[in-house]
Design a protein. Structure first.
Length: 307
């Protein structure tokens, strides 16, 4: 069998059949074995190497997007880099359009026809059209639980270049409405600026809901002479206790692990109790993590009911 004729260089890795036909590619060429069809009307170069990566799914679907359609809901938040619910939950591919335009109706895609509203989409580095981060967060109120909304919201409002502010999230809920039982407003009430990971958020929520004091976030620890010691993810300055989540299963980077161990020693040398929380402490109800921190606080003079 002769080798397939080369495709036009203008065609990307995934392209619409209509685009190829416009460039003069014969219909029979689009059925050759060096191409695959991830969706009806779309072709991809090479064999089908489908993965669970949501960005890859978006790239595979993108040639089908109509000019008025865009990735929304948890798909958009994932493209921004926000955390999504833990495994085994798998975010779906959500594509939306504002009324009166039509959403897609095809297997493997969740289509949404949104309220008539001025579009406010952005484009990521790959040129994918994605819903505004604030709107996408509110849309996830129909999909996720409160803690996942808090973790994603804290991602949006934290970091050196936040994608939103708490006020913007609150204004969006005020303008477009909340979900059943005020889920979004309850999430906003527990949201804090500065959290660096969903596990750190989960740990903080566990501690506060168990009746422990509210910890400070990203507390700068200095020694008695004013010299900087460390920035603490979570801290109880009154009791000199700092719980920190460490998600490493083992020391994959010995040099980094050594630096961290030295940092823990400096924290203890400054008179603080460092409580290292590992992933297994957060499993289930997280009671093990709460007990470790409560024990350290009690040893430093805290009693239930105190701030």
């Amino acid at each position: 069998m002769p080798h397939p004729s080369p495709l036009p260089s203008e065609l990307p890795d995934y392209f619409a059949v209509a685009q190829a036909r416009t460039l003069g590619v014969p219909a029979q060429r689009l059925g050759r074995r060096d191409l695959h069809a991830p969706y009806r009307g779309v072709r991809g170069r090479g064999s089908d190497t489908a993965s669970g990566d949501l960005r890859d799914q978006c790239l595979r679907y993108a040639p089908r997007l109509r000019p008025w359609q865009f990735f929304s809901h948890e798909t958009a938040l994932s493209l921004y880099g926000a955390p999504t619910p833990d495994w085994p939950y798998r975010p779906a591919l959500h594509v939306s359009a504002h009324r009166p335009a039509r959403e897609p109706r095809i297997a493997g895609v969740v289509g949404h026809r949104l309220q008539l509203r001025e579009p406010l989409t952005a484009r990521d580095a790959a040129g994918l059209p994605i819903e505004h981060a604030v709107r996408a967060w509110r849309q996830c109120g129909t999909l996720w639980g409160r803690d996942d909304l808090i973790a994603a919201g804290e991602f949006l409002v934290s970091g050196p270049r936040p994608l939103a502010t708490v006020e913007e999230l609150r204004d969006e809920v005020q303008a477009m409405g909340d979900t059943t039982r005020g889920l979004l407003r309850r999430a906003l009430a527990e949201m804090r600026v500065g959290a660096r990971s969903p596990r750190e958020t989960r740990l903080r929520l566990l501690l506060v809901r168990a009746g422990l004091p509210h910890p400070e976030i990203n507390w700068n620890l200095h020694d008695p002479d004013g010299r900087f010691v460390a920035e603490l993810d979570l801290a109880y300055p009154r009791y000199r206790v700092c719980p920190e989540y460490d998600g490493r299963v083992h020391a994959e980077d010995p040099a980094q692990f050594a630096r961290d161990a030295d940092r823990w020693d400096r924290i203890r040398a400054a008179g603080w109790e460092h409580v290292r929380i590992l992933n297994h402490h957060l499993r289930g109800s997280g009671a093990a993590a709460v007990e470790k921190v409560a024990r350290a606080l009690r040893a430093q003079g805290w009693r239930p009911g105190r701030l």
